[in-house]
Design a protein around this ligand. Structure first.
Ligand code: PEP
Ligand code: MG
Length: 325
């Protein structure tokens, strides 16, 4: 099977009826970048920058951050990399940042909330990213945005850093694309205000499902309890995707969900066309895509979402079996 995934490396992720699905990989360490070469993915849809911050006793200096990001961009070559700014706190502690004990860390002082309260952290990181670009294009996205005003604040910090480059005569990136993770349900209800402000959106289904079902993503007792392939969850995904299409904003899903072929099938059925997944998932997902007739799937899924019996997963599985996927 592994050999057959490898054989797919240079093949496009196109369905039987000719629809191309864009597959990207998730990465966070230098070694993950090998995945681009091995899988033939189109780029890095999510680069988790926090790992570099979690290992040292002090905050990495701008220079060493920039050197690291530059090595990532160099490795990616012509392929785009979406850098996510620091997503710390919650389950990702950093040694140099003092935090109070929290009863509910997943709901607590984390990610963008820390960055907006400690803007120097974010400013230096953005500076490092811009310097690393050395005139190339760069894509930046913010984690755990819960409200449009948080995106606006983050964006204005980013604009300050761009002005800093100007002031000190540094080379600016050719283009800066700025987007946001969609991980908090409240943001789903602000899409009409958010989408005109962003260049792209990435659905972080790990956190989005955790908050949607009020279900701790780390708790094994709850892992099977709520189904992301239920009418409620898929209905929300469809709502997000339809809105993004309406505003012509590219939408990717970068949570673990997209790496499971059956879940990916359900997501394609509600309109998703871009996935960012673990390198090891690219082969299996691409194989599924290449055996799929998307038109038939979309017809089949019409009506499934209004069901009350939560059997969408089984129905999608039946479709997959009946169609030799
Ligand atoms: C997510 O929440 O789906 C996501 C991709 O971010 P992380 O898993 O790093 O929280
Ligand atoms: Mg997340």
């Amino acid at each position: 099977l592994l050999a057959s995934y490898e054989a797919l490396r240079d093949k496009r992720a196109v369905t039987q009826d000719g629809v191309e699905i864009d597959l990207f990989i998730n990465a966070g360490l230098t070694i993950d970048m090998d995945g681009l070469e091995h899988t033939g993915a189109k780029g890095v849809g999510l680069f988790r920058t926090e790992f570099q911050f979690m290992i040292g006793a002090t905050m990495p200096k701008v220079d060493s951050q920039a050197e690291f990001y530059k090595s990532i961009l160099d490795t990616a070559g012509d392929k785009p990399v979406v850098f996510r700014t620091l997503d710390i706190g919650g389950d990702k502690p950093v040694p140099f940042l003092k935090r109070d004990e929290e009863a509910n860390p997943a709901l607590g002082w984390r990610a963008m909330r820390i960055s907006l309260d400690r803007p120097a952290l974010l400013r230096y990181q953005l500076r490092a990213l811009f310097l690393a670009a050395e005139g190339r294009e760069i894509s930046i996205m913010f984690p755990m945005i819960a409200d449009v005003h948080e995106f606006r604040s983050a964006r204005s910090i980013l604009d300050k850093e761009l002005a800093w480059l100007d002031r000190f005569g540094k080379v600016k990136p050719k283009k800066v694309r700025v987007g946001t993770m969609l991980e908090v349900p409240s943001l789903v209800w602000q899409l009409d205000n958010l989408l005109p402000l962003v260049d792209f959106v990435s659905i972080g289904s790990n956190d989005l499902m955790q908050f949607f079902f009020a279900c701790d993503r780390e708790n094994p007792k709850l892992a099977e309890r709520y189904d992301p392939l239920s009418p409620a969850a898929l209905g929300m995904m469809k709502f997000i995707i339809d809105k993004c299409n309406e505003y012509d904003v590219p939408v990717t899903l970068c949570g673990e969900l997209g790496g499971k072929p059956l879940a990916a099938l359900g997501l394609l059925g509600v309109g998703l066309r871009r996935l960012s997944i673990a390198p090891a998932s690219v082969g299996p997902v691409k194989m599924m895509i290449r055996s799929l007739n998307l038109g038939q799937l979309q017809d089949y899924m019409q009506g499934l979402l209004s069901r009350s019996d939560h059997s969408v997963r089984n129905s999608i599985l039946t479709f997959a079996k009946d169609h030799g996927i």
